[in-house]
Ligand binder design. Structure first.
Ligand code: SAH
Length: 215
């Protein structure tokens, strides 16, 4: 599947191919779901695991902010797939933090990570997944070099901007029905440079009740 994404020009980074080959998607999809198909898959609770090409795109956009020792935050961590990829990239001296508001998904994501190549990082503590409202970020390990948001926000939450390090980058889908994947760079003087990478379709970044009701 990684070769296929390289062939079609989705993955151009060697590092991202290595990470996606090391973190096996089969550990993260529900039993009976085909792991190596390039589309999103339902994981229960009105949530999905993103398609591999979206995981690849976000990893490539964040690659320079996922160097060893850096801090990364994954909001709406779902299955834990990207959190595990982030942990591998920032390594044991770094920090990869997942925040997900469905407690059952946090439990299953930890089980998924335990089956994957990121298991030692979870054990050592450089990788952690927490139950929480991602719109508030996770201040404990801020500021972050990289922030990824895996659900679409009507607007960029201020708490996430505040928790981004100067020089840091956030990738976040913004919009309701029509969404843009926005790249938010925080400059050294604290100002923001924002651009749209592509049009996307993500589940909403919302309250737990609204999500379980089906919005
Ligand atoms: N990157 C994940 C995507 C999961 S889908 C993966 O590929 O597995 C988006 C996730 O965002 C869902 O799991 C959903 O429960 C979560 N979510 C939505 N709103 C949230 C909020 N306010 N706080 C935390 N998580 C949220």
């Amino acid at each position: 599947m990684v070769e296929h994404l390289q062939h079609y020009g989705v993955i151009t980074s060697k590092k991202v191919s290595e990470v996606m080959e090391t973190i096996d998607r089969a550990c993260f999809v529900p039993d009976g779901t085909p792991p190596y198909v390039d589309s999103p898959m339902a994981i229960g609770y009105n949530a999905t695991i993103s398609a591999p090409h979206m995981h690849a795109t976000c990893l490539q956009l964040l690659e320079e902010n996922l160097k060893p020792g850096m801090h990364a935050l994954d909001i709406g961590s779902g299955t834990g797939y990207l959190t595990a990829c982030f942990a591998l990239m920032v390594g044991p001296q770094g920090r990869a933090v997942g925040v997900e508001h469905i407690p059952e998904l946090v439990v299953s994501s930890i089980q998924n990570i335990e089956k994957s190549a990121a298991a030692p990082l979870l054990k050592e503590g450089s990788l952690s997944v927490h139950v929480g409202d991602g719109r508030k970020g996770w201040p404990e390990f801020a500021p972050y070099d990289a922030i990824h948001v895996g659900a679409a926000a009507p607007e960029i939450p201020q708490a996430l901007i505040d928790q981004l390090k100067p020089g840091g980058r956030m990738v976040i889908p913004v919009g309701n029905i029509f969404q843009d994947l926005k790249v938010v760079d925080k400059n050294q003087d604290g100002s923001l440079s924002i651009w749209s990478e592509t049009s996307v379709r993500y589940v909403p970044l919302t309250s737990r009740d609204a999500q379980l009701r089906g919005w």
